[in-house]
Design a protein around this ligand. Sequence first.
Ligand code: ADP
Length: 408
Amino acid sequence: MKVLVLNCGSSSAKFQLFETNLEAIKGGTETCLAKGIVEKIGEETSSRKIECLGKPAFREVIPIPSHTEAIRLILEMLTHAEYGIIKDKNEIDAVGHRVVHGGETFTHSCLIDERVLAKIKECIQLAPLHNPHNVRGYEIAKSLLSKTPHVAVFDTAFHQTMPARSFNYALPYEYYDKKSIRRYGFHGTSHRYVARRVGRLFNLPKEAYNVITVHLGNGASIAAVQKGKVMDTSMGFTPLEGLVMGTRCGDIDPAILMYLIESDGADVVSLNRILNKQSGLIGISGISNDMRELEKASKEGNKRAALAIDIFCYRIRKYIGAYTVAMEGVDYVAFTAGIGENSVLIREKCSEGLEAFGAVIDKEKNRMMNGKEGVFSTDASKVKLCVIPTNEEILIAHDTVEAVSGLL
Ligand code: ADP
C-alpha cells in the first residue's frame, strides 16, 4: 500500500511517500517513492521541492501563503505528470502524521477519529509550539483526502513505559497530579526506530537486550531502553532538559533562572530565548550551533569551540553511565542523527571512559563508519558501540500500515 508520511511544522511541511505493507515491514523491503518539503510557508521566499524514484527532482521558489496551500501543493507535486509518482491522490492508501505531544493519553500510534483528535487538541497546552501545526496538518490533509485513513504517531509515546521514579520530578506532587508536570521525553520515534533496528541487526528479540540510544542532532536526547521498554530518557517536560544541544542548554540548576530574574530583571520571554536559542553549543562557543563548524574551529585552536565539544561529550558520557546503572547493565550503545551518524570525533570522545562498563572503541572502525549502519567497538568489547542511521519517517509509515490493519 502507498503511505504518505506528513510532518507539519510551524513554517514547513515535510513529506515522504512509501510503498509498503505488513510483509515488506517484516522483511525491510519497503520503498521510498517520493520525498520532499514545502518550506518557509508564509514568507516571500517560500519554496517547494520533490524527488521521486526514477524521476527528475523538482524545486521551485513560489509564494506559499498558508499550510492549506502547502499541503495542496504536496498532492499536486506527487501527481505531477513529469516529476510526480502517482496519477491520482486517491492512490494514497493511508496518511501517517507526526504528532509531537501525546501526553499520558497516547502510549502508541492510532487511527485518528473525532475522539482521538479531541485528545490531541487537549495536548496542545503541553506543546503549544508544535501540536497546533500537527493538528492543522491533519485537518487540511483530512479535508483533501477525506476517505483515506489517517494515523497519528507521537514523539512522546515510546517513552510512556517509564516507571514513576523516572518520570516524576521531585516537586510538590500536585504539580504532577493537577498540572501534568512530569518527564515526557521526545524524539521517541527515533529512539524506537534505533532500538528496534539494533534487534534486527543482531537478530535478537527485543526482550533479549538493553540499549542506550543516543540521538545527536540539532536537538539531542538519550534513552535507556531495557528489553524494548524505555526506562528513562533525558528530555523532560519539554525538549529543553538533558543533553547539551545546538542552541539549548539541557540540564542546569533551576536556581539560575531565579538569579537572572533578580539580578538582570529577566522575564519569561528573555529566559526562553536564552535557554532555548542562545545556549548549548552556540552559547558556549560563541561561533555556531553546527558541530562541523565547531570541530573545524577547535582544530584551528579555538578554545571555546573545544570547550563546547568537551561539555557536549562529557554530558553524554555521564548519561551513558547513569543509564547503564538504571538498566543494571547495557548490551548496545547506538549513536544516531546528524552528529551521531557522521562525527568520528564526537563518537570517539563520547566513548572515552566507557571501558569501565565493558565498551571498548575500535578507533579505526570508528573512522570508517561514514554514516553507515554498523559496529565500531572492538570484537572483544562486551558492550557493542554502533551507528544506526535514524529513519523516523519509515517508522511512521510502518505504524500507519499496522494501525490501518488493526494491529495497533
Ligand atoms: P535536526 O535535529 O535539525 O534534524 P540533524 O540530525 O540533521 O539535526 O543534525 C544536525 C547536526 O549534525 C548539526 O550540528 C551538524 O553540524 C551535524 N553534522 C552533520 N554532518 C556532520 C559531520 N560530518 N560531522 C559533524 N557533525 C555533523
